[in-house]
Design a protein. Structure first.
Length: 229
């Protein structure tokens, strides 16, 4: 389960200025939908609506046919994991940041908590040497390591629905490729919405929609979109 649908979704931060102008999307359970488009198109806004940071001003969003406006906030947050582009970490240990508030979580505790997720994939998301650094404070992590912490944190709750909001776009291309590989493994079996601004990073997506100025302007597979230019 975890099928996501947007039906004629409209939204504006300012009610007089619509940012999303009637979005229809369909992500089958376990499938990967990529949303690409230029900066300002409304991609992050779409992610925020899924998590109910805001509610649509028109249309509706459903998970397995149920309008998310009727789902308890706690259930919604358990069902959806978001990895944002810029992760802000607490000035705390890796363990604390992965367990997100479970103070002083040890490597062992984090491992146990991750048992719902595939352990190997989970561990692959952690920064190198996290076993010894898990208790280290005053984090000096690289951008890539920070994103690994963010991914591990999201994976800890083993969400059936995953939203990757330009999760690797701030990284250098080698680090991006490394993390991309891990992400693609984690996406398997989960309903995933990947937000990206380059088509080249979403080759693996089942379907792609191109968003521009709050509207879907193209839909298709990666090969179809390339063929159309
Ligand atoms: P994208 O993710 O495609 O770059 P966004 O969803 O971030 O696009 O932004 C779409 C539009 O909404 C932009 O014009 C942006 O300035 C505006 N916007 C984004 N966040 C807010 C906000 N919190 N308040 C008001 N306007 C916003
Ligand atoms: P939990 O899922 O443990 O209840 P939250 O609901 O606070 O925790 O956050 C879940 C995920 O959403 C975290 O990975 C966090 O980084 C991300 N997140 C929180 N706030 C925002 C935001 N404003 N924009 C994008 N991502 C966010």
């Amino acid at each position: 389960d975890g099928a996501v649908r947007f039906e004629d979704v409209r939204f504006g931060y300012d009610p007089d200025r619509l940012i999303l102008k009637g979005i229809d999307l369909d992500v089958p359970a376990g499938g990967t939908l990529a949303v690409v488009g230029p900066s300002g198109a409304g991609k992050s806004t779409l992610a925020r609506l899924m998590y109910r940071f805001y509610d649509p001003t028109g249309g509706r969003i459903t998970i397995d046919g149920q309008d998310i406006a009727t789902v308890r906030q706690a259930s919604l947050r358990a069902a959806i994991g978001i990895v944002p582009q810029d992760t802000v970490l607490f000035n705390e240990t890796i363990g604390y940041n992965v367990a997100y508030g479970r103070k002083g979580a040890s490597a062992d505790e984090i491992h146990r908590a991750a048992s719902g997720a595939a352990i190997a994939d989970f561990v692959a998301t952690l920064p190198d040497g996290y076993d010894t650094r898990v208790g280290e404070r005053g984090l000096k992590l690289s951008g890539g390591e920070k994103q690994r912490v963010a991914i591990a944190r999201t994976l800890l709750k083993n969400p059936p629905i995953l939203i990757l909001d330009e999760a690797t776009s701030a990284l250098d291309s080698r680090t991006e490729a490394e993390i991309q590989e891990t992400l693609e493994r984690i996406e398997r079996g989960r309903t995933t919405i990947v937000i990206a601004h380059r088509l080249s990073t979403v080759v693996h997506a089942d379907r792609i929609v191109v968003l521009d100025a709050g509207r879907v302007v193209e839909r298709g597979t990666h090969a179809e979109l390339l063929r159309r230019g």
